[in-house]
Design a protein around this ligand. Sequence first.
Ligand code: ZN
Length: 458
Amino acid sequence: MKKDAHQRWRDEVDILITTGLSEKDARTRLKGTSKIPNKPDVYKAFQHLRGDAAQGIDGIAPWHAEIPTYVFQSAFQDADRAWKNWLDSYTGKRAGRRVGYPRFKKKFRSRDSFRLHHDAKKPKPALRLEGYRRLRLGGALKTVRLHGSAKPLHRLVSSGRAVVQSVTVSRGGTRWYASVLCKVETDVPDPTHRQKANGRIGLDWGLNHLAALSTPLDGHHLVDNPRHLRHASKRLTKAQRALSRTQKGSARRRRAAARVGKLHHLVAEQRATFLHTLTKRLTTTFACVAIEDLNVAGMTRSARGTVQLPGKNVSSKAGLNRSILDAAPAELRRQLEYKTSWYGSHIAILDRWFPSSKTCSGCGWRNPSLPLSEREFVCAECGLRLDRDLNAARNIAAHAEVPASGTGAPGRGESVNARGGCVSPRLLRESGQHPSKREDAAPSGPAPPRRSNPPTFP
Ligand SMILES: [Zn+2]
C-alpha cells in the first residue's frame, strides 16, 4: 500500500513535469494531496481483505485467527519505521549509513521472527511467564516451554519491578529464541569498592590480540583473539560444499542448509558468549572503561570498487574484513556502553583522530612514523620501551573522555548515538570522505556501488 501510494504520487509529479513544470514546482503543487498509509490505515484495509476460514470467507489471510493479532500489528508498525528510516535517511535527517528503500521480507533470506505485544488496556497481561519454565504467548501458540530457567525474569516481574512490554520470537540456526522486552525501574548503582580501587582501564582493540589492557586482568595485559569464524571455517567449508552438491528443492538440500545455518549460529553464539564474559568482567571490575572510537563500517568497507574502477587486493581486504567482523568491535563497544551503566561504571571514548599508537604513554613524545611491523614502542625522549598495543592502551586510558551526555543518564545507550556522527551525513556523502581510524595499510579502494535502490525520487 505504501509503495503503491508513493508510485501514484510520483506518477502525478511526472505528469506535471511533462506539462512544463519543474520538479520542484510540481512537488509544491502536489503538496498534501497524497498520504502514505500508515499502520492504522493498513490494519483497517487488512481487516477487509483478510477473509475468515471459520466463516468460509476467502481472503489474503483466512487463517489469521490462528495467530495473535499483535503479530500483524507489529509487522505493520515495523513497516512504518522502515519507511520513516528510509525517508529520513534520504532527506538527510538521519545520520549514519544510508538506509535503503523498504523491501519485503523474504522466505529463506530474512531472519524468521515475529513480535507480540500487549493490549495495555486489558488488566491481565496476555504475555507472561508461567513459573520459571513456561512462557505464555497467547493465541494458538498458548504456552511454550523454555530451554533455560527464567528465574531472574520471573522474580523481577512477580515483585512488580519489571513490566513485560513485548516478546520477540526469532529463529537462530535450529533453535527458537524468545526475547522478552521489559520496562524495569532501577537505580543506577554506585561504584563498588573494588571498582573504585581499580579505577580506569584503557582497552586497545586489535586483531593480533583482541584487546590490550592498560591494567592486567588475571595477570595478563593481552586478551587473545578467539577467531571463532576461522576455527569453524573447515567445518563450514565442508557443510557448504555438501550444500552446493544437493539438488534445488530437495529434502537433502533442506537438511544441508540447516547444517550450514546451525554452524553459523554456533559461531555467533560463541562470539556472543566470549564478548559477554569479557565486557561483564571489565565493567564490574573497573570504575571506568576507556576505549577508542573506531569507525567499523569504514574499516570494513569492501575494496571491490566498481566495474569502471575495480579495487585492488580485493580478496585480501575481504579476508581482513572478515577477521575484523569476527572480532566484533562494534558489539564490544555496544555491550560496554550499556553494561557500564548497569554496574555503576562509566565508559570513556578516545577521539578517533588521536594518535594512540604513536604517542609515548610516559612523556607524551610523538613518533612521527611508526610502521605497523614494529611491535615495540621505543621513546626517543624518555627511553620507554613497551609493547606497541600496551602503549596504546595506556594512552587510551589517559586521554579518553567520558561523553558529556553519558554522565547524566548512564546506560540508556543514549550517551553515544551511533547514528550521530560529528560530521553531517550529507556533507560526508558529498565529499566522499569517511572519518576512519585504521592502522592496517589495507587497500582503500573506491566506495562500492550503493545497494539501496529507491526506484524513484521521494
Ligand atoms: Zn617518552
